[in-house]
Design a protein around this ligand. Structure first.
Ligand code: ADP
Ligand code: MG
Ligand code: ZN
Length: 626
């Protein structure tokens, strides 16, 4: 905070204090003796009195003055009625003293006027000061009066570099060209190349879109205006549009530069699909954005980079050539990418030798960069909690489970029957994974409740694939069915614990029928009515399947799920022994890894694993049992 601001902060206190002081002095003045009518006459007549003021007003006349007593001067004051006799009596008793006669009404008028004015002046001053403060560039939060200014923040020195963005090599290469252009525009002009005005980064949340855009600015070393789509949207119609205008004006002054619009879907939604007219403001904003991008002459040196995780809801006008004509999909990292991201974030962490980042990457398919960062951060926090010197593999293990499912609910205890049910349910999943080709491999299974789930099962594909075959999908549904089938087989009863499995299995089956054409209904895409109308799309597009076809879809879905259910029953039926072994081990040790499961199934004794663990790591055991 600068000095000027400091002074400004004190102004209201100063004003209040001044006002108080002036009021105080007006009322009290110096100490004055108040005299009764009789005493007053005596004092006025006395020889010691040397100064008398008579101020006459319409009702009461005030007589004041001072006299000397024992060498001290004493001020006195008293009132008399404003009758001519009373005044005359006083005046006559003053005799030869210096008497001042004042018309009190006249002077009071002036004082009254002044007094009534003071609050107004005070209020007006305060108002002016507040508005000034709110508009002032130095104030960080008081922007209420700054409607039409663009909210774009100019980030002068961006520290992020390409080395901080791991994994997205293709994406980085695309962006490298933009950097090259911002640095050496002449090279491109000479060749007659038109550099795209807009680049759209699309991809899952947390895949590093914002990070990538920042890295571009950091590498190019040009001004970087960053604004979020929602900053355009305000209560007042027209504000967004003027903000867009202002932003481009500012950018033109500092070209070459990058304008980064994060979460552009907040303004770039398809037009004309809103509810109840509430979208007018957004449409105006979007129109203005389109106009500005069109108005930009070629190669002005401004590159607009936008990011969204919903490219499908964007207005087509935004995506046409000349606007955001280059789309870069930032995809979820593959195994190599994940390892690279883990390395980037492990740079500033104390990680023990035993932690194998490569193996970690293998175990975390589907994790985004943000998830991986979160895993490492969680494991660092856990290491601190356990008073360890560096982050151990157990910390990382626990962190992965936490990120996926929430913290373990070690305090929630099962009764023995529930524990057995959960153990058999989870073992059912594990058995299907082990004995069905194409099915996902169980990496870890636990019966410690976590988040919503009673127990859980981390399954990953054997290899990472670009796409799934029909058999892969069927195998996946079968592994989801494994839990329920185990309940049926061993308890002759079913639990509510399988609802999540059932939901996921049903969704896959539905997609197989309506999207992938993997059923007897043939390779036709059937719209489902489940699309969310609030996403601004498909509001009016009806469920374009007839009742008959909807019925057939349901039948096909049921056929697929039933088929997988039967398959799971068959597998579990022929591997009952192995399943019981896993379940018993689970009830004893609560958590098993894929390698331990394999050993249990082979009939090996794994108790040694847990003995050394508990002996070697008392701290961890203590918290686990807490
Ligand atoms: P989004 O795509 O949602 O904009 P961000 O760019 O904000 O995601 O990423 C969130 C965080 O995730 C980053 O701050 C970074 O720590 C981490 N992250 C994501 N992707 C990567 C990556 N490729 N390399 C390194 N860190 C990444
Ligand atoms: Mg982002
Ligand atoms: Zn289950």
């Amino acid at each position: 905070m600068n000095r000027k601001n400091n002074v400004a902060n004190w102004i209201p206190y100063l004003i209040v204090m001044l006002a108080l002081v002036s009021l105080f002095s007006m009322n009290m003045g110096t100490e004055t003796q108040t005299l009764s009518y009789n005493d007053l006459q005596k004092v006025v007549a006395s020889d010691n009195t040397d100064k008398v003021t008579v101020s006459i007003s319409s009702n009461i006349t005030t007589v004041s003055g001072q006299y000397t007593e024992d060498g001290k001067t004493v001020a006195f004051e008293g009132t008399i009625p404003s009758t001519s006799e009373a005044i005359e009596t006083i005046l006559s008793s003053t005799e030869k003293k210096a008497v001042t006669i004042v018309d009190a009404d006249a002077s009071n008028l002036f004082v009254d006027a002044l007094l009534t004015l003071i609050p107004f002046v005070f209020m007006a001053g305060l108002a002016v000061w507040m508005i000034n403060r709110m508009n002032g560039a130095q104030s960080a939060n008081g922007k209420a009066f700054e409607f039409s200014k663009s909210r774009a923040r100019l980030e002068g020195k961006v520290r992020v570099r390409f080395t901080d963005v791991a994994g997205c090599d293709e994406e980085k290469q695309e962006m490298a060209e933009i950097i090259d252009y911002l640095k050496f525009p002449k090279k491109f002009e000479k060749m007659g190349a038109r550099i795209p005005k807009g680049v759209l980064l699309a991809g899952h949340p947390g895949t590093g879109k914002t990070l990538l855009a920042k890295a571009v600015a950091g590498e190019a070393n040009v001004p970087f205006y960053s604004i979020s789509g929602s900053d355009f949207v305000e209560m007042f119609v027209g504000v967004g549009a003027s903000r867009v205008r202002d932003m481009f004006k500012k950018a033109k002054e500092t070209a070459p530069c990058i304008i980064f619009i994060d979460e552009i879907d907040a303004v770039g939604r398809q037009r004309g699909a809103g509810f109840g007219g509430g979208h007018d403001e957004r449409e105006q904003t979007l129109n203005q954005l389109l106009v500005e991008m069109d108005g930009m002459e070629e190669n002005t040196g401004i590159v607009v980079v936008a990011a969204t995780n919903r490219p499908d809801v964007l207005d087509p006008a935004l995506l046409r050539a000349g606007r955001f004509d280059r789309q870069i999909t930032v995809s979820l990292p593959d195994r190599k990418g994940r390892e690279a991201i883990l390395r980037v974030h492990a740079r500033n962490k104390h990680i023990s030798e035993e932690v194998d980042l490569g193996a970690l990457a293998k175990r975390t398919p589907g994790f985004s960069g943000a998830d991986l960062e979160n895993v490492l951060n969680e494991s660092a926090i856990l290491a601190v909690r356990h008073n360890e010197e560096s982050i151990s593999m157990a910390d990382v293990d626990e962190a992965i489970d936490r990120v996926m499912m929430g913290p373990a609910k070690v305090s929630r205890t099962y009764d023995d029957k529930t524990k057995k049910l959960v153990a058999y349910h989870e073992s059912g999943h594990a058995i299907v994974g082990l004995f069905l080709d194409n099915a996902q491999v169980v990496q870890k299974v636990t019966i410690i409740p976590r988040g919503q789930a009673g127990g859980y099962n981390l399954m990953t594909p054997k290899e990472e694939k670009m796409m799934d075959t029909k058999n892969d999908l069927l195998a996946t549904i079968t592994s989801y069915m494994g839990g329920r089938v185990a309940e049926e087989t061993f308890f002759d009863d079913v639990t509510t614990g399988a609802s999540n499995d059932i939901e996921r299995a049903t969704n896959i089956a539905k997609d197989m029928v309506t999207l992938y054409g993997m059923s007897d209904l043939g390779p036709i895409k059937y719209n489902s009515a489940s699309q969310n109308v609030f996403l601004g799309r498909d509001y009016n597009s009806p469920n374009n399947v007839s009742g008959q076809v909807a019925f057939e879809i349901d039948q096909e879905v049921r056929k697929i799920v039933n088929l997988c259910h039967d398959k799971a029953t068959e597998i579990i039926g022929s591997h009952k022994q192995e399943l019981v072994r896993i379940a018993e081990a689970l009830m004893e040790y609560e958590t098993l890894t894929s390698e331990q499961i394999q050993r249990v199934v082979n009939g090996e004794d794994i108790s040694a694993d847990f003995e050394t663990k508990s002996a070697g790591k008392p701290a961890e055991e203590a918290t686990q049992n807490a």
